[in-house]
Write a protein that binds this ligand. Sequence first.
Ligand code: HDE
Length: 681
Amino acid sequence: MAENRKPTKKDEQLEKYTVVDKGKKLTTNTGLKMAEDEFSLKAGERGPTLLEDFHFREKMTHFDHERIPERVVHARGYSAHGEFQVYEPLKEFTKAGFLNDTSKTTPVFVRFSTVAGSKGSSETVRDVRGFSTKFYTDEGNYDLVGNNIPVFFIQDAIKFPDLAHAVKPEPHNGMPQAASAHDTFWDFIANNQESAHMAMWAMSDRGIPRSFRMMEGFGVHTFRLINDKGESHFVKFHWKPVLGTHSLVWDEAQKLSGKDADFHRRDLWESIENGEYPEYELGLQIIKEEDEFSFDFDILDPTKVWPEEEIPVKIVGKMTLNRNVDNVFAENEQVAFHPGSIVPGIDFSNDPLLQGRLFSYTDTQLIRLGGPNFHEIPINRPVCPFHNNQRDGHMRQTVNRGQVSYGNNSLADNTPETTPPEEGGFEHYHERIDAHKIRARSDSFKDHFSQARLFWNSMSDPEKEHIKEAFSFELGKVGEPSVQKQVVDMFANVSRELSDTIAEATGTEKAVGTESQVTKASPALSQENTTFTPSGRKVGIIAADGYNADAVRSAAEKLRAEGAVIEVISAKGGELTGSDGTKLGVDHTFLTGESVLFDALLAVGGKDTDRPFQHDARYFLLEAFQHFKPIGATKDAAAWLEAENMNDRPGVVLEDNAADFPKAFAEAVASHRFWGRDIMN
Ligand code: HDE
């Protein structure tokens, strides 16, 4: 934990359950000190092991039971602790305490995840990312269980098992792992056309984020905020990352999957360890109750965004992640989120996807965490008192003293007692419902292509290219021509340009349908309009003995001042000696590092680098060049760029051509990618 960090209420609670084993005596689980832990009890030195060996049996049995079922979706995830603070009281909209008291910091625990892959799968795959936040408020836990994409594939929770079955590895051969590029996923998309909008997002740069720190989060559904007069407003929740929303490029993402399957968790862990705390602002889009039907989409439909230009995002607070987990199993694996964990002042809408989720999350924890007492696991415990008449079950931790475990009772003065709403008791919003009981979809949910087209219209040219490439890749991996054809036909409704590209790439006949006539765009959807900063970017310096110490010092100082992280790459580990005799520690060798691990490269070289060094350096630089990344080169290394025809190209900064080289290179790093660069020649 950072030294200046004040423990939160949640930290203090967790501390009571935290155990440090270092320096302690080894005992059995019953507290018996053992004299031996390396040899099982045998009948003679060369004889069989005896059943009497309780220590062996206890140790082995515990090991045999160390695993629990992974999450059926979102299995691969990583978490951190932090704090949330609201900027201004939101009394007009909600009575939730943590959204009204500006002096209060609310402890939070956040888990980021991929959806499709197993617990051990790679993190940079193309997928939706989960973004779940547990607020430990004084009025109970509030869980905002969101994604990094603001819409969903389906409109009714009853289809969720179908969607998950379609995207998971195909059952007959167990392939592919953590990927949507296969027949069953695209067969599902084509035959459930409400998925069009979300498929566009998943195939866009949003599907391959650069970092958990550089991802938006969305509550997806419409919720309600309830104020102390009992008035309701519809709301959508947003997390806006302070570093902006940024992505990988596809070739880079695929290579990272092999070079560092832990790329995203490592990035999160390291940034918190280094005190560069990830920050996200909470935003609310609010619609008045009387405006429910004022839009050209149904606000209960989870396949629709509320365009930010029409319904602005009001920024209301900030979350800072400032402590890494102590134990990945105890915290990241055992945490149980649930969209139904709410506090007074927040309530549900009738979005049929949300309504179904309210059932699924408790149900899934019962099998995953093994019984009904998972709320007692330290990471799940509220920081406020909790009392009721629920008792017993597997692994019950609390010892509930007393005779009474029912209500109404007279023996305990009818306690635990309920709390009237005026005193903070939760009461469901009194929405009036007058309807037939029916299995159907509302007509207002049936426009599947207008917002998919809105998304397409909102993309910059490079973003459109990436979407076309992603569809071409994914459909190229589909083996069944009839599925390819259905997808080509489906996306002709969104864009002929997109559909024709997929047809071309897969050798499929072009579609005959007409595309959506929507001309509206929402600039807020394009990542080109996000924040760009060198902060949080990782710059690799390629250096050798005799490197130009002045050049390295001035570039590193400038970049560090702007929040970038500098790491040194060379042929061998250890230390390098610079032109002035100063030393520089090597963080990666050409063998252990990789071009894709960096956001930008600075080629510095050294004195008399040999051919193998130059070969490796040029390979690193060429790959960064092909991923559109900023590249800098001092005089000693400029020749490597010339040799690969990379000098004099956008985003390539040469010491010889720049009046203030550190400044010019830092500016290039702030731009992140140079899409205008022609990487073909
Ligand atoms: Fe989930 N989802 N989901 N989901 N979801 C789960 O709960 C489910 C949906 C989301 O880090 C499961 O504890 C249904 C939308 C996240 O621990 C399960 C439906 C959104 C996480 C489940 C949805 C999400 C989950 C599996 C259709 C974005 C990871 C393990 C109605 C708003 C939470 C678990 C974590 C996890 C069910 C759709 C986000 C099975 C039935 C929409 C971030 O209960």
